[in-house]
Design a protein around this ligand. Structure first.
Ligand SMILES: Nc1ncnc2c1ncn2[C@@H]1O[C@H](COP(=O)(O)OP(=O)(O)O)[C@@H](O)[C@H]1O
Ligand SMILES: [Mg+2]
Length: 259
């Protein structure tokens, strides 16, 4: 094993279930260190389900997931927990605690997982909030700031433990387009400054076409990966009507209906 050349994430033949129901078959892909990787597709195709399998929230039915050359799927529970400490996760509905300030929210993972003093935690929290454009907002409560600022604070919390890999489920959900684009720029900055590997679940075309290095497109028809590649290249080159339907919905709507 050589962790300097290994992929950040290696997924082989993964089968993802919700209860008894198979949602995705034979999912195989890899993510390079520092890559801004998207999991895309329409509502209900299994994006969140895949994410939960990747981070160990749902049990893997078949196949394997490895991080930086280390097998995650077959690791014992203690080793898995250790590996999970290198993940920063921001869930689709991952809310902040409303009774705590933004700084207190971001400090939580540090309190739980480190032996840092309050002063040391405060310094890290200020730096994490500054990284997401929230410098000076430490003492505000979630209800006092905008939806976009709450998303940023949730990202700062995911960054608290200096994760090697960040997982975001629909980071821009519910944001207006301008706020969403500014969040995209923040995500790019984090990747460029910290070289963090990122896996972003999204169905928002402006983000997908704007910032993704590469993506897998999931589709219900195939219960798995329908297409893989840089989204703009998929848009330019894919002949599959289902790929075009997702990446260029206006074209599909504007096209004359076939006889
Ligand atoms: N907790 C659950 N229990 C049972 N089925 C679920 C659960 N969560 C999601 N599903 C089903 O799994 C499929 C994929 O859902 P999901 O992964 O949430 O899709 P996406 O995130 O792409 O919108 C859907 O058919 C959904 O109904
Ligand atoms: Mg989802």
């Amino acid at each position: 094993m050589n962790s300097t050349t290994a992929n950040a994430i290696e997924v082989q033949g993964l089968e993802c279930r919700q209860g008894e129901r198979t949602i995705l078959h034979d999912v195989t892909f890899s993510v390079a260190p520092g890559e801004l990787f998207f999991v895309i597709g329409g509502s209900g195709c299994g994006k969140s389900t895949l994410l939960k399998h990747l981070i160990g929230l749902l049990p893997v039915a078949a196949g394997r997931v490895a991080y930086f050359g280390r097998d995650f799927t077959s690791a014992d529970p203690a080793a898995r927990r250790e590996m999970q400490k290198a993940f920063g996760v921001s869930y689709q509905y991952g809310a902040l605690w409303s009774s705590m300030t933004l700084a207190e929210n971001v400090a939580l993972p540090l309190q739980e997982h480190t032996k840092l003093t309050a002063v040391e935690r405060g310094e890290i929290v200020r730096w994490k909030l500054a990284q997401v454009g929230l410098g000076g907002c430490e003492d505000q409560y979630p209800s006092e700031v905008s939806g976009g600022m709450r998303k940023r604070a949730a990202i700062a919390r995911a960054l608290a433990l200096d994760p090697q890999i960040l997982f975001f489920d629909e980071p821009a959900a519910g944001l207006d387009p301008i706020t969403a684009r500014s969040l995209d720029r923040t995500i790019l900055e984090i990747r460029d400054n910290l070289h963090t590997t990122m896996v972003i679940v999204s169905h928002e075309l402006p983000s997908i076409l704007g910032i993704a290095d590469r993506a897998i497109l999931l589709h219900r028809d195939v219960q798995g990966i329908l297409a893989e590649g840089p989204p703009r290249r998929l848009l330019a080159e894919s002949a599959d009507p289902r790929v075009r339907e997702f990446l260029a919905p206006e074209d599909v709507l504007a096209a004359p209906s076939s006889p």
